[in-house]
Design a protein around this ligand. Structure first.
Ligand code: HXC
Length: 260
């Protein structure tokens, strides 16, 4: 499929998805969400890709939110469908069978902050600004922000961010755990690629199962989550990668994981 609103490139076993509407600071309309959805299907099926990085085109914005001009045309039921579309696409990112790193290269507001939160790991450039400004428009966060922010920081802090619409600079976002790292803008993609390469060198099935254990465990009672973890641990034992990883360690060699 060819894309108009996003770019999808591969660098070895790392894929980079760039939201590419710089004239509107990469704002998300329905078509862009559908393209992200199609890209996730493609990436999920691509056995060569082990880690995905999502970023925004240009040096100003990751994603400045849902496209406000597009939203202006929506009737309430269409707005609901738009919110549901974004929620479904973002859940697909959250549950993709490989890790996703958000390279937050500028404004990540509203739907942009929500997109970053659907990724597994967030790295921000020093000029990044994150927040949920929706209430300033008389609307609420609708791509999962009321839920993911509450789980990622804490409910009291999430409510403050959502009620005040305050914008957090990168350092403040890191202080509250909204982003893991802050790096100079010029180093952002290399930093994310370097992290992606470290992840890509590990057993890909083990990484996938770890993502499942964390994500699914968060929705479970902790004792059930432990059992689930043990089940997935057993699954990891059924892989060739387990044989490779353990014998490489014992043989003092570097493992070559095949993802089998
Ligand atoms: C559509 C947008 C946009 C957006 C920026 N633009 N954000 N268009 N939707 N979310 C457009 C501007 O209209 C402008 O177009 C161009 O991008 C450059 O933006 P400026 O405002 O001129 O830049 P600047 O003065 O630097 O301000 C940057 C900014 C501001 C602070 C990020 O653009 C801003 O406040 N944007 C809106 C942020 C926001 O409220 N996001 C949440 C949206 S609601 P022109 O044609 O004038 O050049 C949301 C809901 C999610 O995300 C859930 C939905 C279900």
């Amino acid at each position: 499929m060819s894309f108009e609103n996003i770019l999808l490139e591969k660098d070895g076993n790392i894929a980079i998805l760039t939201i590419n509407r710089p004239k509107v600071l990469n704002a998300l309309n329905g078509d862009t969400l559908k393209e992200i959805d199609a890209a996730m299907e493609q990436l999920s099926a691509d056995g060569e890709v082990r880690v995905v990085i999502i970023t925004g085109a240009g040096d100003k914005a990751f994603v400045a939110g849902a496209d406000i001009a597009f939203m202006q045309t929506l009737k309430p039921l269409e707005a609901r469908n738009f919110a549901r579309l974004g929620q479904k696409v973002f859940s697909k990112i959250e549950n993709l069978n490989k890790p996703v790193i958000a390279a937050v290269n500028g404004f990540a507001l509203g739907g942009g902050c929500e997109l970053s939160m659907a990724c597994d790991i967030r790295v921000a450039s020093e000029n990044a600004k994150l927040g949920q400004p929706e209430v300033g428009l008389g609307i609420i966060a609708g791509f999962g922000g009321t839920q993911r922010l509450t789980r990622l920081v804490n409910p009291g802090l999430a409510k403050e961010i959502l009620f005040t619409a305050d914008i957090y600079d990168a350092a403040a976002a890191q202080r509250i755990g909204l982003v893991n790292h802050v790096v100079p803008a010029a180093e952002l993609i290399d930093f994310c690629k370097s992290m992606a390469k470290r992840i890509a060198a590990k057993g890909p099935i083990a990484v996938q199962l770890t993502k499942e254990a964390v994500n699914e465990g968060l929705e479970m009672d902790i004792e059930k989550a432990f059992i689930h973890e043990a089940d997935l641990f057993a699954v990891s034992f059924a892989t060739d990668d387990r044989g490779e990883g353990i014998s490489a360690f014992l043989g003092k060699k570097k493992p070559e994981f095949k993802g089998q």
